[in-house]
Ligand binder design. Structure first.
Ligand code: CTP
Ligand code: MG
Length: 226
């Protein structure tokens, strides 16, 4: 089942503290973003990749796409000041039919097998997200005093990719924009227009490289993949 994918890559990586976009940090000799792109470039069902980038970094990304020999499948869109704006800009340049995935450039360890299951579910339901069961006990607190322990069996830790019928996702993005709503993931925009979102269970190693210690975990995951 064919799909296109939007990959936001226009962040600043502030929490990583590398003084540059964390997607440019090398992992096993290749920038983080190249690892992410290779998963989709090697998937015959992925018809198109739209990369939202900071225009100041266009030189880097253009030469990387050339190195990957992927000029035909990867197009660029201008990133915005928030992840949501970057994705919205990219969606405006997407084909208006079929399934679209949104996947963080900072999650290089996504597996094809999860993408396959996610796309099937999005075709069926309109919207599907990758998630893993929460391992920790989660408590709610007010001023450092616990107010509630939330039943863990109902909690999921949400990742990307998230997959949608593109018409549904566009409607959700347009509504969020006109109402000035900023969400922390794409599905939250779809949820607020009342559409159902399914969960597809993924893997704990699909980490998002966010803070410096995530680079140690990344090395370990790569080593384990061998
Ligand atoms: N992203 C983007 N445009 C933005 C902000 C983020 O395209 N304005 C992208 C990032 O490049 C990343 C993904 O969205 O691939 C997830 O965001 P996050 O992990 O928060 O990355 P950064 O925003 O770069 O990091 P930080 O929040 O620590 O600055
Ligand atoms: Mg961010």
């Amino acid at each position: 089942m064919n799909y296109q994918v939007v990959i936001p890559a226009a962040g600043q990586g502030k929490r990583m503290g590398a003084g540059k976009n964390k997607l440019l940090i090398p992992l096993d000799g290749l920038p983080v973003i190249s690892h992410t792109l290779q998963v989709f470039l090697s998937d015959p069902n992925c018809s198109r990749i739209i990369l939202a980038i900071n225009p100041d970094e266009e030189k880097f990304f253009s030469s990387m796409v050339k190195d990957l020999q992927a000029e035909k499948r990867i197009t660029f869109a201008a990133g915005g000041t928030e992840r949501q704006y970057s994705i919205h800009n990219a969606l405006r340049t997407a084909d208006p039919e079929g399934i679209v995935l949104v996947h963080d450039g900072a999650r290089p360890f996504i597996r094809r097998e999860v993408i396959d299951r996610l796309v099937v579910q999005a075709e069926k339901m309109g919207a599907a997200i990758t998630a893993v069961p929460v391992k920790d006990t989660i408590k709610k607190a007010v001023n450092m005093e616990v107010s509630e322990t939330i039943e863990r069996s109902s909690l999921w830790s949400v990742q990307t990719p998230q997959a949608f019928r593109i018409s549904l996702l566009m409607e959700a993005y347009e509504t969020a924009e006109s109402e000035g709503f900023l969400g922390t993931d794409d599905a939250s925009l779809v949820e607020r227009i009342g559409a159902p979102v399914s969960i597809v269970e993924g893997h704990y190693d699909n980490i998002k490289l966010t803070t410096p210690e995530d680079l140690y975990f990344a090395e370990a995951i790569l080593k384990n993949k061998g």
